[in-house]
Design a protein around this ligand. Sequence first.
Ligand code: CP
Length: 318
Amino acid sequence: AGSLLSVADLSVEDVSAILSVASQLERRPTAERARLLAGRRIALLFYESSTRTRTSFELAAKSLGATTTLVSDKSSSIEKGESLKDTGLTLRALGAECIILRHPSSGAPFVLARETGVPVLNAGDGMHEHPSQALLDVRTMLMRLPGRDASTATAKSLDGVTVVITGDILHSRVARSNALLLPRLGAKVLLCGPEPLLPEVALHLGAGVEIVRDFDAALRRAQVVMMLRIQKERLAGLELDLANYIERYQLNGERLAARAPDALVMHPGPMIRGLEISGDVADGPNSAIELQVSNGLSVRSALLLRALYTGGFESVTV
Ligand code: CP
């Protein structure tokens, strides 16, 4: 209970409750917020590098009054060969009541939750999922798209919205979580990229998800365009001509102005300026990239309360 391992585990009502609590928390006075998890212990267990997810979970936990500890693979007994299970049991023995896990293996958070019995929040597992990212992406869309309400979610919240997700779909846990979540809120998702990064046969497309190879054609249909980094660290064995990729798939000012001048531009980060996105677009008026980052605080605060708040998650909202 309280874990978040996959967006598939969340009902639309769960998503609504998380967005509602995130909105309420932003309006609460700092001192009041800091009492909600006072004295609770949260462990951040990171086997891969992270800036946004790690920092926002840590700041969110501290803003709720919790104590945090960071264990990373590079400075812990993981380097000596200690297993995920034993690391988790050690954290539990030290009083960790919730573990936030980033791991290169898909499914690792499920193993950790099963072996420790401690609530686990998936902070990105291999090429599988990044559920808190998809939730903060939804909040960002609802805040920036006209006529939407970011404090709730229904099966129609994103009706009429086409989201183009472009780039290294194959290796992207962000794409997977968004492709699972957005159609359940009414959005259409177009996945866009060249065959090596978006192999047709390897995808299990759900309802509301489509592959469009031509980025310019996809952009003409977009209300939101989400760009993804080429994950060079996971590309082993794949042939990719970067100059050709930039020509066909980079989101630059000229392309955006010609195909989707009003589209909301998103990127989960880290972004490589000059590769998948140009600097003028990243910093331009369409960009919601910084809002995505700051929404990490409120959404991850809500997820921590969902995992640990003893007064009942729903009652946080009253
Ligand atoms: N979006 C995201 O997961 O960024 P980090 O790798 O910096 O946490």
